[in-house]
Design a protein around this ligand. Structure first.
Ligand code: AMP
Length: 203
């Protein structure tokens, strides 16, 4: 096989309803397999923390559970990916968490991958029933993580936005034969054990 292709870093996306566990799994994949976790939600929260003007302007959108403008997310993600690729030329790749979230972002993603010369094996859909994720999110809001958008009203709004704007991506990627469905019910380790062989198969 051509070496230039095997060494090319890859980027795959994980998606599923809010609270499906994709952030937890992405962090584990980073720790154990060396892929860089690229969470657009984290990028956005960090931009707010450092008082970035564009992020501050969109802060209230996030606080009510809605999606912030594509351009803001796309630019943040591009800078993030580019910065890491320059610093870490041997990186195996990225786990995109929270992007794409709409059909228009799916198209932005394809452009971004091309520009950065990243290989795209597809998106992993973590399949978890809605009742279970709402329970998990409420616990997260009541417990340690303290995200401003984990209270009940905002959770329901995030779920509504997910169903309306993000869920249709499932069919979109499925039609393009880029959807990999993984059962997201189980312990953290059980789910990780379903993901790892998949990711290895892409190298
Ligand atoms: P997350 O941590 O992925 O749940 O993201 C938290 C919030 O950040 C979301 O509810 C949105 O307001 C914003 N956000 C994160 N990623 C995106 C995205 N790809 N497009 C639009 N808004 C996003």
């Amino acid at each position: 096989m051509d070496n230039s292709i095997t060494n090319q870093p890859l980027a795959f996306s994980m998606f599923g309803p809010p609270g499906c566990g994709k952030g937890t799994q992405a962090a584990l994949i980073q720790e154990r397999l060396g892929y860089q976790h690229a969470s657009t939600g984290d990028m956005f929260r960090e931009a707010i923390a450092r008082k970035d003007a564009n992020a501050l302007e969109a802060q209230d959108i996030m606080q009510r559970g809605d999606l912030v403008p594509d351009k803001l997310i796309r630019d943040m993600l591009f800078q993030f990916l580019k910065g890491i690729m320059e610093k870490e030329p041997d990186l195996p790749g990225f786990i995109l968490d929270g992007f794409p979230r709409t059909l228009s972002q799916a198209e932005l993603l394809l452009g971004l991958l091309q520009e950065l010369n990243l290989r795209f094996p597809g998106v992993i859909y973590l399949d978890v029933p809605e009742e279970l994720v709402v329970e998990r999110l409420k616990k997260r809001g009541a417990g340690g993580e303290q995200r401003a958008d984990d209270n009940e009203e905002v959770i329901l709004e995030r779920m509504r936005i997910y169903k309306e704007k993000t869920y249709p991506l499932r069919d979109y990627f499925d039609r393009h034969e880029l959807l990999i469905k993984v059962d997201g019910v189980g312990t953290i380790d059980e789910i990780y054990d379903r993901l790892e062989p998949l990711i290895h198969s892409w190298r």
